[in-house]
Ligand binder design. Structure first.
Ligand code: PLP
Length: 579
């Protein structure tokens, strides 16, 4: 394809995209294809000879579109919004065309410098202390690919610092210190926090939340005390602003005070709700930020920027660079201004020019435009909340502070589960569930950029109709023991999670059945729901099988931890008695 072809096909592509966006409401929001649908539609081998652009586009419509969940559809209310906007698409097009790989300042100065400037802009906008800014501070901001990466990178940096601090004697092995490190989050933290702990080979404790689903300082303080008594070394806390399940907020001020006293790194994961910090009325959530070591949020969720764009600020950039620095030979003698060098701020060496799309969005909407967008979504969520509250069949769970509303049918969990199944099967609106303190709730997220009152009314109308249908057939379903089947699915003492997953116990569509079946274990390990909302593959067995993905992870639970600690104590006692 030469430049002339590109111009011609590029124009066609832009038209196709604009038409796709405009006509989205005419499509069903979710797909009805079966796992593996695509194999039969595509050849078994890659084409030997090049093909025509227009032939490919025909297949996009015929093969790709039917298998899509349309995240930008006005009736898409699942997960969190997938940030998107025309300015962002245009910025990313340009970034793709430039095609630079900005791992260092010298590799493409504009790539690094624009990132620094926009991260300082946004840092100031959300009122981060100047220590977090490039401008004058010892810290600064960087764009990572995802919130998970931000959590992992900060955990690794704090792990490195903790090991260095603990090595009072040079002959103490890193591995010995590592075996004693322990990190913390709330039970409602995203699964990426556990994952970071797994990758980082550290113990991870998930702590209880209060009645507002918030992790409090006293809970952390007690856990740290217990662990220190056991000879462990607390080193990292990941607090959440806007939990995935119900958008609750950990108490940063209290946690920060504990972390400062205990010399523990406090990271704040604000993946979704952090975007609202650009509005002054949300900035009270950052009270106590002076004790925070690092923070991230994703404009690719709720600030109209396309994936991938997760912003991360650290108070001390040296903490990152000393943990992550291994210079490839070909970079060692290059012009290298450490102040401007992003090579050591993340896992990959190569970096896309992601700041460009963010810069386009900031300039085209302006701060006012972005604040209006956030506030409009919140207003729509409040409107939805009002509908729920005005209907006796339903109740709202938790507080509505952003674009997310958690609600359920009054009565047994199975009723709400069945309602969601029926609604999603209609493919007219799409939502996902959550488990909030044993309550099965439906999460209604306002997602589309230009969502309107009418979209909310449409969704509510669909929900109420489905609920009324369900209530009228409730008697029949009860006779078929549908709800009992759901309620009685408990993991027996002898069953492992894998065994349960392998049994043909459940209708695979009744996703919550699986969650229920593993609930006992999940309560010990973590709230399984968080795997569900962020990774649908993790809870749909049919998909797991079809795609051969092993979704079962081994994570360290509090009970594992207790067992390990018991082991440590037993070994210590044995050593003492031997000596
Ligand atoms: N943290 C929170 C609070 C989230 O809600 C999510 C996803 O929804 C994540 C982390 C994971 O985000 P990412 O896909 O950017 O890793």
């Amino acid at each position: 394809m030469n430049a002339d072809d590109f111009e011609r096909y590029g124009t066609e592509m832009v038209k196709y995209i604009a038409k796709y966006m405009r006509t989205l409401p005419e499509r069903r929001v979710s797909s009805d294809v079966e796992p593996g649908y695509m194999r039969g539609l595509l050849p078994k081998h890659a084409p030997t000879k090049g093909e025509n652009f227009r032939e490919i586009m025909k297949d996009v419509e015929k093969i790709i579109m039917p298998g899509l969940t349309h995240w930008q559809h006005p009736q898409f209310h699942a997960y969190f919004p997938a940030g998107n906007s025309y300015p962002s698409i245009l910025g990313d097009m340009l970034s793709d065309a430039i095609g630079c790989v900005g791992f260092s300042w010298a590799a493409s100065p504009a790539c690094t410098e624009l990132e620094i400037v926009v991260l300082d802009w946004i840092g100031k906008l959300i009122k981060l202390p100047s220590a977090f800014l490039h401008e004058g501070g010892r810290g600064g901001g960087v764009i990572q690919g995802s919130a998970s990466e931000c959590v992992l990178v900060t955990l690794l940096a704090s792990r490195h610092a903790a090991i260095e601090r603990a090595k009072t004697y040079p002959y103490i092995d890193d591995g010995y210190v590592l075996s004693k490190l322990v990190a913390y989050s709330s039970k409602l933290a995203h699964s990426c926090v556990e994952k970071a702990g797994m990758i980082g080979l550290v113990k991870m404790r998930q702590l209880d939340v209060d009645e507002n689903y918030s992790l409090r300082g006293y809970t952390l303080e007690r856990a740290i005390e217990e662990d220190r008594r056991m000879g462990l070394i607390p080193f990292y806390v990941c607090a959440t602003l806007g939990t995935t399940g119900c958008c609750s907020y950990d108490n940063i001020q209290e946690l920060g005070e504990v972390c400062a006293k205990e010399h523990v790194w406090l990271h704040v994961d604000a993946a979704y709700a952090g975007n609202a910090l650009i509005c002054p009325e949300y900035q009270h959530h950052l009270k106590g930020v002076e004790n925070v070591s690092s923070i991230n949020f994703n404009p690719n969720k709720w600030m109209l920027v396309n994936f991938d764009c997760s912003l991360m600020w650290v108070r001390d950039r040296k903490a990152l660079t000393s943990a992550l620095t291994v210079d490839p030979v070909y970079l060692q003698h290059e012009h290298d201004d450490k102040e401007l060098d992003f090579r050591h701020w993340g896992i990959p060496l190569s970096r896309r020019f992601r700041a460009l799309k963010l810069w386009f969005v900031l300039r085209i909407y302006g701060v006012d435009g972005l604040q209006n967008y956030i506030r409009r979504h919140v207003k729509l969520a409040k409107l939805f909340e009002e509908h729920v509250r005005n209907n006796d069949l339903f109740e709202v769970v938790g507080k509505v502070t952003t674009g997310l509303v958690c609600f359920r049918l009054k009565g047994p969990n199975a009723l709400t589960q069945r309602l969601l199944k029926n609604i999603n099967e209609s493919r007219r609106i799409h939502m996902v569930p959550a488990l909030v303190n044993e309550n099965y709730v439906i999460r209604f997220a306002v997602c589309a950029e230009s969502a309107t009152d009418d979209d909310i009314k449409y969704a509510w109308h669909e929900i109420v109709n489905a609920a009324e249908d369900l209530m009228s057939s409730k008697h029949e379903l009860e006779k078929m023991n549908v709800f009992e089947k759901f309620e009685s699915c408990e993991l027996s003492e002898t069953e492992s999670e894998d065994e349960v997953f392998d049994q043909e116990l459940f209708d695979p569509e009744l996703i919550f059945d699986q969650q229920r079946s593993t609930l006992k274990r999940a309560c010990e390990r973590r709230n399984l729901f968080h795997r569900m909302v962020s990774d649908p593959k993790g809870f749909n067995r049919t998909l797991l099988r079809a795609l051969s993905i092993d979704g079962h992870r081994k994570i360290r639970s509090e009970s594992d931890l207790e067992e390990e600690n018991g082991e440590v104590q037993r070994n210590n006692q044995k050593k003492k008695s031997e000596s």
